[in-house]
Write a protein that binds this ligand. Structure first.
Ligand SMILES: CC(C)(COP(=O)(O)OP(=O)(O)OC[C@H]1O[C@@H](n2cnc3c(N)ncnc32)[C@H](O)[C@@H]1OP(=O)(O)O)[C@@H](O)C(=O)NCCC(=O)NCCS
Length: 156
């Protein structure tokens, strides 16, 4: 596995990882109705790709010959990590930890002093191991469902 900046052809791969991570992995901590509400309506691939490029996305790619996208994370100019998703096929091998390491490295290079995120119940321990602390629990409304999550931060 290696981590590199997002490229335009990664749109479909990152979207697939996003959908599978929610449908399969997040189902361990949320109900089926919550998972479907989180996914929402099917995403338009072009809009998805444009958003990935805008927020500086980093992609974890399997080694050749597969070279599939197995995970991704993003970082906006204010140090906010909006998305961290890993394929269920690559779970629990440190892919998310490596992505968060890269995000922190990139943030320091850009002069960002603090990272923040809204972590899902599944992701909280992963962020904690990467040095984030819980600021507080939150509930977010998605399509009629209430989803628990945590506001978390890490000083750099
Ligand atoms: C959270 C997530 C990004 C972690 O990816 P990962 O590459 O497996 O994470 P790492 O290998 O670095 O760390 C593994 C830890 O992740 C959590 N985790 C990963 N897969 C899990 C699963 N199927 N069930 C429960 N916890 C899981 C556990 O805390 C695990 O630690 P453990 O193996 O000691 O129990 C991934 O599980 C995912 O995409 N989840 C669904 C979407 C989501 O919640 N994204 C975060 C939005 S803020």
């Amino acid at each position: 596995m290696h981590i590199r900046p997002y490229r335009t052809p990664d749109a479909a791969g990152t979207l697939r990882v996003f959908e599978r991570a929610i449908r399969e992995t997040a189902l361990s901590h949320y109900t089926a109705a919550q998972v479907e509400a989180w996914l929402g309506a099917p995403r338009d691939l072009d809009a998805w790709g444009a958003e990935r490029a805008r927020v500086h996305t980093y992609v974890a790619e399997a080694e050749p010959p597969e070279s599939d996208v197995i995970g991704f994370a993003d970082l906006d100019d204010g140090g906010y990590v909006d998305r961290l998703f890993v394929s269920p096929d690559a779970a629990r091998r440190g892919v998310a930890a490596a992505l968060l390491g890269r995000v922190a490295e990139e943030a320091r290079l850009r002069g960002i002093r603090r990272l923040s995120t809204h972590a899902s119940l599944v992701a909280r321990p992963v962020f904690e191991r990467a040095g984030f602390v819980v600021v507080g629990p939150e509930t977010v409304a998605r399509g009629g469902e209430q989803l628990a999550r945590f506001r978390m931060e890490r000083a750099l």
